[in-house]
Write a protein that binds this ligand. Sequence first.
Ligand SMILES: Cc1cc2nc3c(=O)[nH]c(=O)nc-3n(C[C@H](O)[C@H](O)[C@H](O)COP(=O)(O)OP(=O)(O)OC[C@H]3O[C@@H](n4cnc5c(N)ncnc54)[C@H](O)[C@@H]3O)c2cc1C
Length: 291
Amino acid sequence: MYPSRFRYEAPRSLDDAIALLQAGQGEAKVLAGGQSLVPLLKLRFAAPELLVDINNLPGLDYHRVDPDGTIRIGALCRHATLERSPLLVERQPTMAAAAPLVADPLVRNRGTLVGSLCHADPQGDWAAVVTALGGRVVAAGPRGRREIPIGEFVTGPFENALRYDEIAVEAVIPASKGQPAGGYLKLERRVGDFATAAAAVALELSGDVVTRAGIALCGVGPSTIDATDAGRALTGRTLTAAAIEEAADLAAAAAQPRTDHRGSAAYKRQVVRTFVTRILRNVVSTAERAA
Ligand SMILES: Cc1cc2nc3c(=O)[nH]c(=O)nc-3n(C[C@H](O)[C@H](O)[C@H](O)COP(=O)(O)OP(=O)(O)OC[C@H]3O[C@@H](n4cnc5c(N)ncnc54)[C@H](O)[C@@H]3O)c2cc1C
C-alpha cells in the first residue's frame, strides 16, 4: 500500500526542525531511521500531513561517555553503531549485550536507539535496557530542554511523553557508581524478530555486593515492564543461589504475558525466570574467572 500524501521537510538545524513541528500543530511527525515509521505510513496506520526528517541535523550521531561516567546517545546514533561500540563493551555490558539482538542488520543500519524509545513498542529492546539502567530522555522544544525519566517517557504502548513540538535529542544513562555488570537475553522466533520474551539486567557492584539492580522485561506485557521488586531483592546482597532464585521468581511474577501464537503465558513467564537466572549466574561466573 502507498502512504497517504504528506509534505516532506529536511531541516538543517534543530531550531528549524522544532519550528516546523510547532507550525505542524500536531499533524507533523519526526522521521529518524524510518524503520518503524515508514512501515506505519505504508500501512496507513499513521497519516501525518508533514514529515520532519531529522537526518540532516548536525551533531546528533554520537554516543559518548562524560568524564563522570554518564553515557549519552544522540538521536541519530544508529543501532549498528552501538552494536560495534568498544565503548559499550568496556563500560556498559547490558547495552553491549542488547545491541546485536535488535532487529536485523538492515534495520540496525538505519534505526536509532532514541527512535526506538520514542516508538515505545512493548516489544522494543532498548526501552527495556534503558529502563533497567534507570535512563532518561532529553527533549528539545520551543521552551528549551527538559529531561524525562524513561518510566515517565514511555506512557503506554506506542505512546510517549513528548509534546507535539518536541524532538528527543538524546538518551542518557546515569553513571554507574559501582562496577557495571549484567546482560540482555531475548527469545525470538527467528533471527531479527521482535522479542517473544526478553530480560534486561543492569547491576552495579561493590566487590561482590550488589549496590543497585535494575531488571526490565519486554514482549511480556502491554508495555515495557520495570520489575522493581526483582531489582530490590538483589540490592545490598551478594549473588547467592537463593538471591538469584528470588529475583528470577519476582521478575517472572512481574511479567504480564498473554498466550498467543508465540507460546503460552506460562511458557513466557518461565522464559523470563530462566533468562534472569542465566544473566545473574553469568555475572557470578565472570567475576569468579576475573578473581
Ligand atoms: C523488520 C523489522 C524488525 C524489527 N525488529 C525489532 C526488534 O527486534 N527489536 C526492536 O526493538 N525494534 C525492532 N524494529 C524497530 C526498529 O528498532 C526501529 O529502528 C525503531 O523502533 C525506531 O527507530 P527509528 O530511528 O527507525 O525511528 P522512526 O521509524 O524514524 O520513528 C519511529 C517513531 O518515533 C518517532 N521518533 C523517532 N525519532 C524521534 C526523535 N528523535 N524525536 C521525536 N520522535 C522521534 C517518529 O516520529 C515515529 O513516531 C524492527 C523494525 C523492522 C522494520
